[in-house]
Design a binder for this molecule. Structure first.
Ligand code: PLP
Length: 405
């Protein structure tokens, strides 16, 4: 009889966004007249940039000809895209990343999950609390997380690094030795950003302990401050201890197009093996590349028109973030994030529980938000609001919450 991966059975039942969707559906069924505004799910709403559409159209035309047809492409991505990423996302910012260190993929979610393939099961994993759930669940599936403890909402084998108001929602290196460390800046869900000094502390820790930092910077495009690092590779020593994940999803509205990339520096070695070579082996064995048409679309964001057009969309979302942050702060609520990130981390009034506040806002303001506790126990007493909605609807949602208060 076949044995299944029993780690899947240890995963707690309901995924956060399914529960959010279930409660919205139940409310809508009971109140069909309600016009719910969703500031809950982190998906983009603006259409693709014209430069991307044009490049994709052209690529589709090419695919219809003998000369321009593309079958299987290189698993690591086409040279034109890897070269553009190296040039515009790194060299232009003074960071030397070579195209061979870049692996184009179908998403940062896949990469964050799949990267576990190249690490042993008995590594000690450290995650932030609250956290993007993919890091935790994929380690649980791989058997690295131990047992889920209902009472604490934590896994027995993971190291949790609380990201709370006292530390500015940025984790500090744990006392216990961590082998694999997930960091995400700009952060989902808290919208926080780490300083250069804080990242330097992490890089020094990882180099001293032989750890590897898995740095998720899916929201890099939302960074506004001039001194804020856009990449972990801006930090001295990171090439020997870090892997970086980036995505076109939030940068260029590619959530439905699927394109991202992972950077594994050549110098990064553990147990005498280059992790770049391991990831290359993993990708060439299990992945057959991102469609040519999609990669042409992604490359178009590096043209002068493409850059300007995606910046317009990002500014649109940044204005939404400002409207939410300022509107709710003026209403007397405590807001964090929303400056270098498209997420606002809102403290519930009167220490109300996350789910209670979710239900209250849904019922009284007809606005859907995301309960912070769904991202980890330290998220209790907070909710996350996203800036990815329509501008008018966002203003209306803020107004409704203000009235409700
Ligand atoms: N990383 C973080 C922190 C995210 O919040 C998300 C999406 O919400 C992703 C990765 C997924 O990115 P992609 O669409 O490239 O899979």
């Amino acid at each position: 009889m076949v044995k299944v991966n029993e780690n899947y059975g240890k995963l707690p039942g309901s995924y956060l966004f399914s529960e959010v969707a279930r409660r919205i559906a139940a409310y809508t069924a009971a109140h069909p007249e309600a016009n719910i505004i969703k500031l809950s799910i982190g998906d983009v709403t603006r259409p693709l940039a014209p430069a991307v559409i044009e490049a994709m159209h052209q690529a589709v035309e090419e695919m219809g000809t003998f000369e321009g047809f593309h079958g299987y492409g290189p698993e690591q991505g086409y040279p034109f895209l890897r070269e553009a990423i190296a040039q515009f996302d790194y060299r232009e910012r003074g960071v030397d990343i070579k195209p061979e260190e870049i692996f184009v993929s179908d998403g940062a979610k896949s990469d964050c999950g799949n990267i576990g393939d190249i690490f042993g099961v008995d590594n000690k994993v450290a995650v932030c609390d609250p956290v993007y759930p993919v890091y935790v669940d994929t380690n649980a599936m791989a058997g690295r997380a131990g047992e889920y403890q209902e009472e604490t909402g934590r896994w027995s084998n993971l190291i949790y690094m609380p990201c709370v108001e006292e530390n500015g929602f940025a984790p500090v290196p744990p006392k216990e030795r961590a082998d694999i460390i997930y960091l995400c800046f700009p952060n989902n869900p808290t919208g926080s950003m780490a300083t250069r000094e804080q990242l330097q502390q992490w890089v020094d820790y990882a180099n001293a302990n032989g750890s590897v930092i898995l740095y998720d910077s899916a929201y890099e495009a939302f960074i506004t401050g001039p001194d804020i690092p856009h990449s972990i590779f801006e930090i001295e020593g990171a090439r020997t201890c870090a892997i970086e994940f980036r995505s076109f999803s939030k940068t260029a509205g590619f959530t439905g197009n699927r394109c991202a990339y992972t950077v594994v520096p050549m110098e990064l070695e553990r147990s005498g093996v280059k992790l770049n070579a391991m990831w290359n082996r993993r990708q060439t064995t299990k992945f057959n590349g991102v469609p040519y048409v999609v990669q042409r679309g992604a490359a178009a964001i590096y043209t002068p028109q493409g850059r300007q057009q995606i910046m317009e969309s990002i500014s649109y979302y940044q204005r939404n973030a400002q409207v939410i942050r300022e509107g709710l702060t003026q209403a007397g609520l405590e807001c964090f994030g929303g400056v270098n990130a498209p997420y606002i981390w809102l403290k519930t009034p009167d220490r109300m529980g996350s789910w209670d506040f979710f239900d209250l806002v849904l019922d009284r303001a007809n606005v859907a938000i995301t309960p912070g506790v769904g991202f980890g126990p330290s998220g209790e007493g907070y909710v996350r609001l996203t800036a990815f909605g329509d501008a008018q609807a966002t203003c209306q949602a803020v107004e409704r919450i203000r009235k409700m208060l």
